[in-house]
Ligand binder design. Sequence first.
Ligand code: SAM
Length: 292
Amino acid sequence: MDCESFQLIQVASGAKSLRSLRYNETFHPVVGPMIEARGLHVVQHRFIERAMKNPQIPFVIWDVGLGAAANAIAILEVFRDQEIAVPVELHSFDRNLEALDFALKHAAELGYFSGWEELVATFLKEGVVQFRNVTWKRQSGDFRERVFDLEIPAPQSVIFDPYSPASNPELWTVEIFSALRKRVGEAPCLVTSYSRSTSVRTTFLVAGWFVGKGAATGEKQETTLVASTLSLLEQPLERSWLERVAKSGAPGPLTNGMGEKRSATEVAEGLQEHPQFNSIHAKESKTKEILK
Ligand SMILES: C[S@@+](CC[C@H](N)C(=O)[O-])C[C@H]1O[C@@H](n2cnc3c(N)ncnc32)[C@H](O)[C@@H]1O
């Protein structure tokens, strides 16, 4: 694959962000990198509160799509602003470092690297760096393979930030979301995503996750917050949402092309059995069997 090229653009808020010329997508549209990273991802994960619940075990965060590291820096800010005695592991996945290289060349315009330059330079050089209680580690290669790597500890938080399903379809599939769900097992885990599309939501549900409304960002009045247990969601999608699935022209679930395509009505009917919508199956452990 040839080198990915980028452009620096000014978004509506006045902040600067990267635009991928290959995918024709802006990394953090409308509000810019740090407002999106903090408001959409960091706040919803409640890192400090959740990490403190089990201070004896490391709190593991997966940053899927390191890109220009805005999300990673926003995570580090949390642990700079509040010191806790819990070890935190931040694993940043990307198949290349092209966006980060480009971003660092434009660090002054982007602004958010201010104070982090040395740390990011070491991270780039060594692939791992320690900041207070946080070990920040680079995980190179394709996430479709790395998700299965048992040497990487399973996450309690996932920031899922690849390009859109249209540009980056290989990562938005039942196969990937199921692999992630299996890695998490019984542990409480939250996933944040900027997508609010019906097909992405059905894909998470079919893969055995619980799905709720996520925080607003930019022009989006809502995004998606996904969890391994229902109790982690403040606003789970209600059963009435399945009516929207039944009428949808693109109900999902998104797949890697294998398996039979089901009609919107069939998808909605299948999801009625999901414990999120069916109190008879509300015992969360049943999720996977029902949706297999
Ligand atoms: C929109 S950018 C991420 C922005 C980033 N989170 C930030 O804060 O700047 C998407 C990133 O996902 C990466 N990506 C896309 N497909 C991937 C794959 N299959 N495996 C690993 N990384 C992938 C791209 O290389 C790109 O850097």
